[in-house]
Design a protein around this ligand. Structure first.
Ligand code: GLY
Length: 394
């Protein structure tokens, strides 16, 4: 990503943020309408160098993001073709519910943006049932010994390497999945959903967030007795570094937990993470993929980290009592959105299928500088939050 100037202060900002954000949102909707017939029922996974989509070849953690984007577009426009394109994806989500090997902590990403969204937008009872079934499956991943939801799954009794990798591990990303549990609690009145979400968030605040308000991507426990062992990375540069999308998942996730619970501790931790991110992002237009200060670190930005962080900062700003805090987080979010629009926005680029370039899916695995469906979803969520919309599916 060396060739893209990545300095916020280098960007000229002619129009007001709301005009820029409204125009960008309209371009997203136009791109989505144009691409719906091309994409059909497939789910984008990652972009090619030509900004065309490569699609998931079965259930995948990213399968909900196009669905969520379509539901947001339906909410904004009332166009029934957006709703039809979203509901037509239901068989794929049913496959996840019917087969244990497709299920992990990503049930929240998958089902908040599909079944819960559909229930909210249309009142369809089967969509509600599927959302609750997904919440039950997520609840079943709770490990009471350590007080966390296990992220990943050991695929079978013979797969020992995967078992060692998955068992006893919590990850930052799961904070986004707790909203499914809080939603299920409100739908049913059953306390377990809320209690498990609360306990997981408290453990994440204690173990994933470091004393300097950076974060570990994952944290490992002794699977037998839940003894906390150590922080490790999976997609970041190093165990001790701060993976920028992980920090963004945590900011958005804790702000979301506060929105559901009004627990001031969650707002405080979201604010600490945001303050640290503000320093780490500094004058960058788009966050680097990992904040490590190390010459050996590959040089890439992550537009998806910028989009998730911006959406989370608007969410946080809306819940702060102090007007100075509200202004501070809104200004930081505006800055990130403007950085994305100036540096990564593909919505006016002919031939591109998505909204944002330069997403870093997994740099150590060689997947970077690409469109990502979650970058696109959170870009749209952030643009909408910037413009005052407050009805989402989390
Ligand atoms: N949740 C997986 C990722 O952020 O890449």
């Amino acid at each position: 990503m060396n060739k893209v100037a990545n300095s916020y202060f280098a960007q000229e900002q002619a129009a007001s943020p709301s005009k820029r954000h409204q125009e960008a949102l309209e371009r997203c909707i136009a791109r989505l309408a144009e691409q719906m017939p091309v994409i059909g029922l497939r789910n984008p996974k990652i972009g090619t160098a030509q900004n065309r989509w490569i699609y998931c070849d079965g259930p995948d953690w990213v399968m909900g993001f196009l669905s969520g984007t379509l539901w947001l577009a339906y909410q904004l426009t009332g166009r029934s073709d957006f709703a039809r394109a979203a509901t037509a994806r239901r068989p794929g989500f049913r496959m996840v519910l019917e087969n244990r090997r497709y299920r992990d902590h990503d049930l929240g990403f998958q089902f908040s943006l599909s079944s819960v969204a559909e229930w909210q937008m249309t009142g369809d009872r089967e969509a509600r049932r599927m959302g609750l079934a997904a919440a039950d499956a997520l609840l079943g991943r709770f490990r009471p010994e350590g007080g966390y939801i296990q992220a990943w799954t050991a695929r079978g009794p013979d797969d020992r390497a995967q078992a060692r990798f998955a068992n006893g591990r919590m990850i930052a990303d799961t904070m986004q999945n707790l909203a499914l549990l809080y939603w299920a609690n409100r739908q049913t009145g059953i306390d377990d959903y809320r209690d498990v979400a609360d306990i997981h968030a408290e453990t994440a605040a204690r173990l994933l967030v470091r004393d300097d308000d950076t974060s570990f991507h994952t944290f490992l426990f002794d699977p037998a007795d839940g003894t906390p062992l150590r922080g490790e990375t999976h997609q970041g540069f190093a165990d001790g570094s701060c993976w920028s999308r992980g920090q963004a998942w945590l900011i958005h996730g804790f702000a979301q937990c506060h929105a559901y619970t009004r627990n001031a501790a969650f707002l405080a931790i979201a604010s600490r993470l945001a303050a640290r991110a503000e320093t780490l992002v500094g004058s960058q237009a788009v966050p680097v993929w990992d904040f490590a200060d190390d010459p050996a670190k590959p040089d890439h930005i992550d537009s998806s980290a910028g989009a998730v962080m911006a959406a989370g900062l608007y969410l946080l700003a809306g819940q702060c009592a102090d007007p100075a805090d509200r202004l501070r987080w809104r200004a930081f979010a505006d800055r990130l959105l403007d950085g994305l629009i100036a540096t990564c926005d593909l919505t006016a680029t002919e031939g591109a299928q998505g909204f944002l370039a330069h997403g870093a899916a997994h740099v150590p695995a060689g997947r970077h500088d690409a469109m990502l469906p979650y970058g696109d979803y959170y870009f749209m969520e952030a643009l909408m939050r910037s413009l005052g919309h407050n009805s989402f599916f989390w």
